[in-house]
Structure formats: structure tokens, C-alpha cells
Design a protein around this ligand. Structure first.
Ligand SMILES: C[S@@+](CC[C@H](N)C(=O)[O-])C[C@H]1O[C@@H](n2cnc3c(N)ncnc32)[C@H](O)[C@@H]1O
Length: 253
């Protein structure tokens, strides 16, 4: 399968050994900046779990950084016919309608054939990568079966969860040393110290029906602590202008 074959949708731009870069919605430059902002520890000889890995950019980066074992876990994007889902989303926006949850739209949700995983599979093959895939819903899988990892990446996933505290409790259980949590966040002028979470009942955040929450920084670190992490360190906090932004927190087991 060519990397630009019909039916293959790329979210991540991944540089391949022949120098080509997969045609991801997210550019290589943006992903590079995001990777730097995570301020990952030395991964040599460490085990790494990437929850919500999608095309695997961060999983492959962990492998390249010397991790001894990397597991890319996902199911939602992997189960989706992504070109059809994108067309449906654009169609709804043009008509001014709120999209239905994608997994309920006929034809989009195909967990038996995993059309949304083709890009990950192709990148892994072309990279000659040993990253393991784990097809599962992190919220319902058996934590004992998953086990625990030195470092767990939880990037861009928290605000998609209907139960964010339950999600972070699961994350805690899967983490031996460090969880790296990257999330949509809000800065509210005058309320910087309050642990508040804004709720989006519909598609208010980025026109995406799967986006439910944006925490303030104290809410994000507080959620990590409430979930059982012993210590949190803010790597990316609010910008000068109050706004939506992406926070990065290191949560220690
Ligand atoms: C915004 S994307 C982030 C992708 C990647 N981590 C990144 O930072 O570029 C969210 C990802 O989380 C996955 N995801 C959402 N809910 C999940 C769940 N319950 N279990 C596993 N993965 C999930 C989605 O399929 C999607 O790939």
C-alpha cells in the first residue's frame, strides 16, 4: 500500500527511512515541537506505553529514543473509516449541524476491520519498527492484563474521556514511574488558582463532539493527584494571554 493510497488517512507526519514523510494532518514541524514540549526523560532501556497512539508518531519516537519495549494502544481512531468520518464532519459543518457521535453513524465504525489502523501498520512496516500494537479501549480493558510500564504517554486523550478521573486512575495503575499527560486546558483570568473544569455538552470545543472537558491547570494537576500520582510537575502551563492552550504535566507514580 502506498502511503498516499485511497482510504489511508494520516494524522501524523512520520519521517520514513527513505526520507519521505507521511502526509499527516499534523505537520512534522508541529509534532517535533510537541515532542520537545513533553520533555521526556531518558527512555533508554525503559518500557513505554502510548495510550491513544493513533498513527504512532510518539511511539516510534520513544522507540528511536532507545526504549526497550513500546506498546501503542488505541481502538477508537483505529476502528474508524477516517476519510468517511472527515467527509461526514465537513458535511455537518457546511450544513450547520452538530455531528452525531461518529461511532453511531452507519458505516463509519468498523472495529472488525480496523480501517483507521492502516496508517500505523504501514508506518511500522516501513520503519522496520518493533513497536507492539494493542487494540483496546483503555477504559474497559483489564488493567491486570495490560500490566505496568516505566513511562506512560497520555497525549491528547484526557478531554475525550467521559470519566476523566477514572481514566487517570487507570493511567496511575499502568504507570511504574512517570505518566506524561498532555491536554487541552483553559486559563481563566482571576481564577488561575481554582481547580475548574469547563464542560462541553455538544461540539463547542473545536467542533468535535468527542471533546468533553478543558481543565484549568490546578484542576489538571489535582486530577492527577486525586488519581493517586504522588507528585506533579508542570512542563507547559498557561500562556500570557488567557486562552485555551495545551498543558503538559509530568505525574510521578
Ligand atoms: C487527539 S488524538 C491524540 C493522538 C496522539 N496521542 C497525539 O497526541 O497526536 C486522541 C487519540 O486517543 C484515542 N482514544 C480515544 N479514546 C480512547 C480510549 N478509550 N482508549 C484508547 N484510545 C483512545 C483516539 O482513538 C485517538 O487516537
Amino acid at each position: 500500500v502506498a502511503i498516499d493510497a485511497a482510504g489511508v488517512f494520516w494524522w501524523h507526519s512520520i519521517r520514513l527511512p527513505d526520507g519521505t514523510v507521511t502526509p499527516g494532518e499534523k505537520s512534522e514541524e508541529i509534532l517535533g515541537r510537541e515532542l520537545t514540549a513533553l520533555d521526556l526523560p531518558d527512555l533508554r532501556g525503559r518500557t513505554v506505553l502510548d495510550v491513544g497512539a493513533w498513527d504512532g508518531y510518539f511511539s516510534f519516537a520513544a522507540e528511536a529514543a532507545g526504549a526497550s519495549r513500546v506498546v501503542a494502544l488505541d481502538h477508537y481512531a483505529w476502528s474508524m473509516d477516517l476519510p468517511a468520518q472527515q467527509a461526514y464532519w465537513r458535511d455537518c459543518r457546511e450544513r450547520g449541524e452538530t455531528p452525531e457521535p461518529y461511532e453511531t453513524v452507519p458505516g463509519l465504525w468498523q472495529p472488525e476491520t480496523l480501517p483507521g489502523k492502516r496508517a500505523f501498520d504501514r508506518a511500522r512496516e516501513l520503519l522496520g519498527s518493533g513497536v507492539e500494537d494493542w487494540v483496546a479501549d483503555f477504559m474497559t480493558l483489564d488493567p491486570a492484563e495490560l500490566g505496568s510500564f516505566d513511562v506512560v504517554l497520555y497525549l491528547g486523550v484526557l478531554y475525550h474521556m467521559t470519566d476523566p478521573l477514572g481514566a487517570l486512575r487507570r493511567l496511575r495503575r499502568a504507570t511504574t514511574t512517570l505518566a506524561v499527560v498532555e491536554s487541552e486546558a483553559i486559563a481563566l483570568p482571576g481564577l488561575e488558582d481554582r481547580a475548574l473544569v469547563e464542560f462541553y455538552p455538544g461540539a463547542e470545543l473545536n467542533a468535535d463532539v468527542g471533546n468533553w472537558w478543558a481543565p484549568t491547570l490546578p484542576a489538571l494537576t489535582g486530577l492527577c493527584t486525586a488519581a493517586g500520582f504522588s507528585q506533579t510537575e508542570v512542563k507547559v502551563g498557561p500562556p500570557d494571554e488567557p486562552a485555551h492552550y495545551r498543558a503538559v504535566v509530568h505525574a510521578r507514580a
